[in-house]
Design a protein around this ligand. Structure first.
Ligand code: F6R
Length: 367
């Protein structure tokens, strides 16, 4: 049942190229120039009436939602707020009939997410669900559903569901852009072409799993570590940190790289591992400065960056891992993969039950 892999988590990490392809299949026009989401019942008029978007989810699905915020803001120029579902209802969110509420849930059964969905509907908002389970509660109650085609996810730690949620956000963001006219056909075609290249690029990362394993073996005995990044790299840092915590039980924190010096830098001392994401060209120099701040205090830095920048990165880090080149908005679909492998191998090195971490359930049906 694990298809030759030692754990479901590893199997599911390796299923990601297929999950990307399956989630894109039939949703890109034959000429590669536009997105077709025939499952959506929302009309172009309804789309044009949206004034804001709320993205609500829990845990890893929330981290996908944070990338989703950047995707929708950049592609469709609509203001997006994100909220964890357990907070959303209790802060009297301003939900109006011109709000599109997107709930993201692998299982489609998470109690907090379902409650947030119901609150959104009560306030007259239109609800779009991104879920991996056809016929789940979330899918049944939402006005529209985009099903991620990741296939069943068994390991408690979510991997292929997260990356498939990213693919769904890219598709939906482009769909909004082409409907609203915020991006032209050439832009959409270019981004779709870059998306089609992602599965093969993930395969290239997976082929280097041994490199990540060595790094994981080296950090597994640290008590605490840090993930830093800016922009979408920060959202991926949050996901990398959560993954490590939940299956290896190593304490870690994710920080927006520029925020470190406002307090948390005090925790950096000799030998503390810092995993720095540097995939956003525009923010590269700024993040390098933040890396230097940690290096000055003895941090042991792993840099994750776009291939071709080996020389610039080598000067400032202790170890490095390059991801294949893609568009800046698409890097999360690649950069998270080494972080998934890192947490997997760290958990393995410590002898933990990778697929069934302590205290956690696959589907959280209590609030
Ligand atoms: C972490 C993880 C959880 C889930 C969260 C939401 O690896 O799996 O953080 O992402 O419990 O679950 P769903 O997506 O089923 O609503």
């Amino acid at each position: 049942e694990k298809g030759g892999y030692d754990h479901f988590m590893l199997k599911e990490i390796y299923e990601q190229p297929k999950a990307y392809r399956d989630t894109m299949r039939g949703r890109v026009s034959e000429d590669g120039k536009s997105v077709t989401l025939s499952e959506l019942s929302m009309t172009p008029e309804q789309i044009r009436a949206f004034r804001r978007v709320h993205i609500v989810a829990c845990g890893t699905a929330m981290h996908a939602g944070m990338v989703g915020k950047t995707i929708i803001e950049q592609l469709a120029r609509l203001p997006v707020e994100t909220d964890v579902a357990s907070e959303y209802r209790y802060r009297s969110p301003i939900i109006t009939p011109d709000t599109l509420v997107i709930v993201v849930s692998q299982s489609g059964e998470t109690a907090d997410t379902l409650a947030a969905l119901r609150e959104a509907k009560r306030c007259g908002a239109r609800v779009l669900a991104i879920t991996n389970v056809v016929g789940s509660s979330v899918a049944r109650e939402a006005d529209d559903t985009i099903v991620t085609l990741a296939g069943p996810e068994i390991a408690v730690a979510s991997t292929k569901a997260y990356t498939s949620q990213l693919i769904a956000f890219y598709l939906f963001g482009l769909y909004l852009a082409q409907t609203l006219g915020t991006r032209d056909e050439a832009f959409v075609a270019n981004m779709l072409a870059a998306m089609q290249a992602l599965p093969e690029q993930v395969e290239r990362i997976l082929a280097q799993a041994e490199t990540i394993k060595e790094i994981a073996d080296a950090i597994a005995h640290n008590r605490s570590l840090f993930f830093i990044g800016r922009g979408v790299d920060y959202a991926v840092a949050l996901e990398g940190s959560l993954k490590l915590k939940e299956i290896s039980y190593i304490h870690s924190e994710a920080y927006a790289a520029g925020e470190l010096k406002h307090g948390t830098l005090a925790l950096i001392e000799e030998g503390v591992p810092v995993i720095a994401l540097l995939t956003q060209e525009e923010l590269f120099e700024k993040t390098i400065s933040n890396i230097k701040e940690t290096k000055a205090r003895g941090a042991n830095v792993l840099g994750i960056y776009n291939e071709g920048q080996e020389a610039e990165v080598a000067k400032s880090v202790d170890s490095q891992f390059a991801i294949p080149r893609t568009l800046p908005l698409l890097t999360p679909a690649l950069s998270v993969v080494p972080l998934q492998l890192l947490s997997y191998y760290a958990s393995l090195a410590l002898g933990h039950d990778v697929d069934k971490p302590r205290n956690l359930a696959k589907s959280v049906t209590v609030e």
